[in-house]
Design a protein around this ligand. Sequence first.
Ligand code: ADP
Length: 609
Amino acid sequence: MVPLYKRILSYLAPHSRLIFVAIVATAIFAVLDATVYVLLIPFMETLFVRGLTASTPVDSGMARLLDATVYRWVDVGGNPLSAIGSIIVLILLVFAAKNLFHFLRVYLLARAEQGFNRDVRNSVYSRLVDLDLGFFGRVRTGQIVSRLTTEVEQVRTLVISEFSSVVSAMLEFSAALVAMLLISWKLTTAAFLVIPAAMVFWGPLVKVLRRRDRRVQHLGGEVNAHILETLSGIRLVKSASAESRERERFEKLTGDYFYQFMRAEFTRALAAPVTEMLAATGTVVLLWYGARLVIEGDVTGAQFVGFLGLSMKLYSPVKRIAKFPATAQPGLVAAERIFEFLDAPVEIRDSPEAASLKSIEREISFENVSFSYRDGDPAIDRVSFCVPKASMLALVGPSGSGKSTIVDLLGRFFEVADGRITIDGIDIRSIRLADLRALIGIVSQETVLFHDTVFANIAYGSTDTEQRSIEAAARAAHAHEFICGLPNGYKTFVGERGFQLSGGQRQRIAIARALLRDPPILILDEATSALDTGSERVIQGAIKKLVDGRTVFVIAHRLSTVQSADQILVMDKGRIVGRGTHASLVAESGLYRQLYELQFQDTGISGNL
Ligand code: ADP
């Protein structure tokens, strides 16, 4: 637990000055808050008993404090109305100052709070984009979003609101306590004996009430569930002639509900009067004792009234302090979960001796590569093949056979478990990650567009952001024409994931993006859903330009692509079950031929594999 607090506090460090000032403001606020009650004393003394106390001087700390302060400025011996007037002005000034410091405290804490919020969110987000792709397969998106939003919020509440509320409660408590002690230590002791007595009963009562309320809620649910079950099974109930049995069961449930509800209500109805009676008894004892002290000349009547006001003020801070462990709980749990997230290991990163690689000269090869998402269930099983530079490899096979996994392994989005992948004989694990990813361009069937302009979407990930280059890429991708037809041309915003554009248009933007980046290796995940013939032809044209001269891995669904591939790998359950060219594979009687016969023959040239 200690390191947890320490880590939370480390996020507070940059805001420590603000927090410090806020705490000072809180302290001043607390003192002034108590002062308001203290000032009621000279007010009342002037009004009622100043003359009396003058004859029986009271020697309490408070009397000395007031003599040294208020009574120096306020001439109580003179005109009582003008003295009262001065005291009232003083009270008003204290109120004004108190509220000024209240404002300062709230505002400064809000700044610290939002600064903390921003910092934690930034570190969680920064972690998020660094994490391996595998993490996102394991952890549900909702969980991640909740960590970035709700849980950060909970930690913020804990750290600032709850924590500051406790600090200020302690300060308010102390200020009131000091004032009370200055009035009379005897009265203070008495108050501390009788006031907590009321609280002793309050706690258990609330607990019993909560337990009974939970029971009532549970039974309410049961009643509803029984009605629902009966409704959905009414045919069965009737055919089994179980009406009266169901009636009995239901009546027992509503009877239980009635009984438990009344029990809870009994406690609730009792709670307020009982505690009030206890508190009243305590107060009465205090009144009796206080009156005695006044009569004996230990305190003035006005001091005693001031004391009562201060002792009432103690309730709220004490309650806040007592509740803190419970209210802090959700925040602490959230903090733990956030740190767990921040500590999730990033396994795929540059090794210290990672080398730079800017181009491919000879070939890419997979050597006996195996990989599994879950232990003991290989998604890729001892796969070996070689793709010479500037040739096209088509991956075909049923869904789930491992085609996407192969290309993800090449981009090192996942790490091979066994074997190795090399580019020009260099293991990709010893190539700098940024270099490797720069070598590879991806055009996938699920084309992701960001909520930004068409221009920015094409330029995403490129260093070249000249208008001319962007336009040239768009032209080559057969996208220029439709982009010019958009309301703001290249400056048109495309919606979240590009929903305002058609599938074909989005794909052409993705192709333009890939053309602009000009990567030597290209991964092409062909769309499975057929586009209309017009866009199909345009896209095929754009893709032809794109693949030209590059080393291409294509997850192929189209006959035209498969036919023009230099090499085809037929995948099934993570293994290569056939390889060759279209002609040689059709000649064999394997899976490829089955797929071919099943899909291509009647759907013609644009059939999906
Ligand atoms: P294909 O691209 O041929 O449809 P994949 O490479 O997507 O096949 O999947 C290969 C196998 O790995 C499938 O059994 C699939 O269920 C599993 N798989 C794919 N991605 C994940 C993942 N992120 N987590 C767990 N299993 C996965």
